[in-house]
Design a binder for this molecule. Sequence first.
Ligand code: MN
Length: 726
Amino acid sequence: MQVASLDTIDSLADGLSSYLGKDQVNNVRRAYFYAEQAHDGQFRRSGDAYVTHPLAVASILSDMHMDHQSLMAAMLHDVIEDTGITKTAIKSQFGNTVADLVDGVSKLNKITFSSRAEAQAENFQKMAMAMAKDLRVILVKIADRLHNMRTLDVLAPDKRRRIARETLDIYAPIANRLGMNNVRVEFEELGFAALYPMRSNRISAAVKSIRGNRKEIVSQIQTSLEACLEREGLPGRTIGREKHLYSIYEKMRSKRKSFSEIMDVYAFRIIVDRVDTCYRVLGAVHSLYKPVPGRFKDYIAIPKANGYQSLHTTLFGMHGVPIEIQIRTEEMEAMVNNGVASHWLYKSSDDLPSNAHIRAREWVNGLLEMQKHAGNSLEFIENVKIDLFPDEIYVFTPKGQIFELPAGSTAVDFAFAIHTDVGNSCVACRISRRLAPLSEPLQSGQTVEIITAPGTQPNPAWLSFVVTGKARSNIRHYLKNQKHSESVALGKRLLNKALAGFGTRIESVSNENFDAVLQQTNLKSVDQLLEEIGLGNRMSYMIAQRLAAQGNVAAANEQSETDQHGTLAIRGSEGMVMNYAKCCHPIPGDPIVGHISSGRGMVIHADDCNNITDIRDNPEKCVAVTWDPDVEGEFSVELRVELENQRGIIATLATTITGAEANIEKISTVERDARFSIVNLSLNVKNRVHLARVMKRVRLIKPVSRVTRVKSRKVKKTIKSTLGTH
Ligand code: MN
C-alpha cells in the first residue's frame, strides 16, 4: 500500500474529514495528544519522537477508511505497554470500546516470537481469540506491523531478521486470509528483503536486466489486447503485471523452476465495468489467442476462501509465448486489494457487513471451533497452517451443492465438511459415480457421494491422508473419546479378574475402600483409575491387592466373568487398547497370554512367543487370557511358501488365498535360485481352522513344495522398548 506521507496530526485530520464526522475527527485528535503526552521523552530507534509511530499507524488505517475507534486505538496502541498507563485510565478517557481495542493490541504485542513451534502456536491462538472478540484488533496490529516493517532498517540485524521471519510466517498469511492483498504483498517484499537480502538483490537485478527485452513484447501484447477489446466494443483497462520478487523466489523454490521459466510468462490484468463484461472479454481474448486447455478458472462464480473473485485464463500468444490473463470488475479489484478492510473502505449506507467481512468472521469462528477440539497448541497450529495456505478445489454433492476444499483433500475431508456425523460414519464413497478408495485425492469438478453406515467409527488410518483441519481435529477428538471408553471397559475387566483372586469383585468393594485407594494413587475418580489400568499405566493386580488390603472385603459369592477360570476372555472387539503382537501373530485357537504395556493397553502374545518367556509368569506384567468362544474380527498371520518358479505362480497363489476368503496384506518374494523361490505372505484370517483351510489349499498348488506358518520371529529391539527392562 503506497501511503502519502502524513507528517502531522493536522494533515491526518484533514484527510479524515473526508469520511468521518467532526466529533469523530476531534476524538482522534484527542487520542493523538494523549499519546503524545504519554510517550513524551521516548524516541524511536530512528531518532524520531515516539508518537510519530502511532501517528503513522493511524494514517495507514485512515487509508483503509477505518472508523474513528480503530484510529484512536492506533494512536494509543503502545501506551499501556510502554508508559504504564492502565486500561482503566484509557477507558475513563476514551470509553470501553477503544480501551478494549488497545488492550487487545497490547496483548498481541506481548507475544514474543521464538522459533519454537509451540510458541508460534500460542501466537496464533492469541490472534484468533483477539480477532474473535473484535476484528479491528488485528487490523490495528497489521497496520502497526506494516509501519514497523517499513522502518526496519534502523534495527540491529538479528532483530530485523526475527521480525521479518515472523512477518512472513504469520502476518503475511493472515493478511492473505483476510483478503488484504496489497498488505500481503508489501509484507512479503519487505520481509524477503530483510530476511534474505542477497537473494532479494540478485532476483531484483535479474528482473531489471531482462525488463528491457520484455518491454517490447509486453507492449506488443498489450496493444493487441486493447485493439481486440476496442473492436468488440468492450470498455476496460489493460494492465501489464510484473511478478513481485518474493513470489518469483517462492515459485523458483517450491516449483523448482528456473528464473527464466518463470519470467517467460507474460501476465496481464483486464479490469472492466460489469460482471457480464468479464465473460465477454474472456470470449474475445480466447478468439484472439488460443487458450491453454485446463487453465481456465472461474473464481467469479466460485470465489476463493478469502473472497477473491476473478476469471483466470492462459493463452498461447504469438510465437507460443504464454500469456496469463486475469479479468475482473473494478469492484472485485478493490476487494482483491483491500479484502476485509473494504468493509470500512466502501461502507454502504445500509451498513450491512460486506462479503469479505462475513467470510473473515466464518474463518475466525472455524478457528475457535478447531481450538476447542485440539488437544494442545501444536495440534491446533497444524490445523491452522493448512487453513492459511490454501489451494482450493471445488467438488459437488450429488445434489449439486458446491464444497470448497484445500487441494489434496479426500472423500473423508469432504464428508467432514458436509457434517461431523457424516464424517464419523462414512465407510465408502463414489467419485463421479465410480466407487473409489476414501483416501483418493479429489479433483475440482468431481461429484462426490459419501456412503455411510450406522454404528461405524472413524478409522485412525484416516489421519495419514486427510488434509483439512476440520477432519483431522474431529477424527482425533473422536479417537480420544473412544480410547477413553475402551480403556475404562478393559480396565474394569482386568480389575475384576484381579479381584477374583482375592475372592471379590468391583461391585462388592465399598466406597471407602475405593476412596482410600484413590487417595493413595492420587487419582480423581474410579473411572480414571479404571482408565489407568486399561491403558497399562497401573497394574490391576496391585490395585486389587490394595483394595482387598483395606480389609472389610465382603466375601463375594457372585460369579464374575473371570473368576471361574481366572482368565480374561478376548472378544476381538476391545478396540484400540487391545493389540496383537507383531512378533508372533496370535490368532484365535492359539494359546495366548496378555502383556500389559504402559500407555498402550494390552498386547496379546502367543503363549510360546520367545519375547514373552522371561516375564510370562510375572503377575504384574502379564495376565492369563483366553479367546472368547465368540471372538470376532480378522487376525494377521504370516506364511512362508517355498515353491518352484513358474510363470504366473504369484497370481495363482493370490487367487487361491483370496478364494479361501483370506485377505492378503503383503506379498514379498525372496529368490533362492533360478528354480526355487520363497514367498512371504501376510494375510488376515478368522482363526486356526480358517488358517488350516487356507494352508491346505495352498499346498495343493502344484509348484508349491512347502507351506509353514512363521511364528515368534525375534524382534528383540522393538519388544525391549515396549516391555521396559527392569
Ligand atoms: Mn507499535
